[in-house]
Design a protein. Structure first.
Length: 144
């Protein structure tokens, strides 16, 4: 149960993120989540979208360099301590989180955290054993 994250390399110059956002807008692509990490010359925009195939086609046609990576989308209660609890479960099971970012769902009291870990299968097993069920790409589509 993973979701596909698209990591897009974007030149670190004024206006380039706006150009990227307009490309997505022009094709009706709605981002569920966005994280941007800066670099000296290029940044990395990590996005979660409903239709990965369509988005990747649009990005390719627009000349963007990107990579698709399977990540975990874990629903948590949207309250104080929710993140700390799941991070403790992962840490106690020797699962290192390479990076994470969060987004809220349209459903009340629900938030998702995107986790990038080295071994998705092991992390999924540990999470499920501890009451956390990562969602699939299709399940994210239902949260509208």
């Amino acid at each position: 149960m993973t979701v596909s994250q698209i990591s897009v390399f974007i030149e670190n110059k004024a206006g380039k993120m706006a150009e990227f956002a307009h490309v997505l807008q022009g094709h009706g692509i709605d981002m569920k989540a966005l994280s941007v990490a800066e670099g000296e010359k290029y940044g990395i925009a990590r996005i979660i979208v409903d239709d990965v195939y369509n988005t990747s086609t649009v990005l390719k046609d627009a000349g963007y360099v990107f990579k698709i990576t399977p990540v975990l989308a874990v629903p948590l209660r949207d309250s104080s301590g929710g993140l700390a609890e799941v991070l403790e479960v992962l840490g106690n099971n020797d699962i290192n989180v390479e990076y994470l970012y969060a987004f809220v769902a349209r459903q009340q009291d629900k938030a998702y955290v995107i986790f990038r870990v080295a071994n998705n299968e092991h992390a999924i097993q540990v999470l499920c054993e501890n009451g956390y069920t990562p969602v699939s790409q299709d399940e994210l589509k239902l949260d509208k």
